[in-house]
Design a protein around this ligand. Structure first.
Ligand code: GRF
Length: 215
């Protein structure tokens, strides 16, 4: 240094966001990345659905997107091979599944060890799979919420990064509940990405759970 300012550069985590639909969680991540202090950026949006609504967010924000339509492949392995080929063309540290409606195989996940995360609209392990709000209402549950977790081959399983809960009121419908949970999803996903980017968490290999680093 010769009297100048030291420039501190933070490494930015490069994300690939996988979508199949409207992409409101993608939008939440895009909005988070606008903040210069947010330690991540989106390199790629990948959709398996040609006209997924969320692709509009990629276009509006000049984020490259790619479509890998699963219908065009004979089997899952061909579909996933093509996704891997696409990913090689981009700088990607972490894959964020955001309403991506295909279950990734163990061999795909193995290529990205602890580098694939997902958001799910329930307090896992409760209500894995679809229709989570309907099932919470049918159970007369008092609360539900959302979970961001590392992806393991079994659907909606893997070490939980964070959860946010919301109350369920007597007059709730699937729709009102979905709206309440979605608000929390949009807070949770950027928060989870930040935790990973800042190395706030580590997975313990012994029991596949998360340790939170205290500083
Ligand atoms: C969200 O509820 C997410 O939790 C689930 O799929 C939905 C996707 O919504 N995995 P969007 O496409 O992000 O709006």
């Amino acid at each position: 240094m010769d009297g100048g300012y030291e420039i501190v550069t933070h490494k930015s985590l490069k994300l690939a966001v996988f979508i199949s639909g409207r992409g409101s969680n993608l939008k939440a991540l895009i909005d988070a990345c606008v903040d210069p202090d947010f330690p991540a950026e989106i390199s790629l949006v990948l959709s398996n659905v040609e006209n997924a609504g969320g692709l509009e967010y990629a276009t509006q924000n000049n984020i490259p997107y790619e479509i890998v339509n699963h219908h065009k492949f004979d089997d899952k392995s061909g579909f996933e091979k093509e996704i891997q080929n696409v990913l090689k063309r981009y700088d990607v540290d972490l894959i964020c599944l955001a309403g991506f409606m295909r279950l990734l195989s163990a061999s795909f996940i193995d290529v990205w060890p602890d580098k694939i995360i997902n958001i799910h609209p329930s307090l896992l392990p409760r209500y894995k799979g679809l229709d989570t709000h309907k099932r919470a209402l049918a159970d007369s549950a008092f609360e539900t919420g959302c979970t961001v977790h590392f992806v393991r081959p079994e659907m909606d399983s893997g070490p939980i990064i964070l959860q946010k809960s919301v109350p369920i009121f007597p007059d709730d419908t699937e729709k009102t509940l979905a709206v309440r949970v979605l608000v929390q999803e949009h807070r949770a996903y950027p928060q989870a990405v930040r935790m990973i980017a800042q190395n706030d968490i580590a997975i313990s290999g012994k029991n596949d759970t998360i340790n939170h680093h205290q500083d």
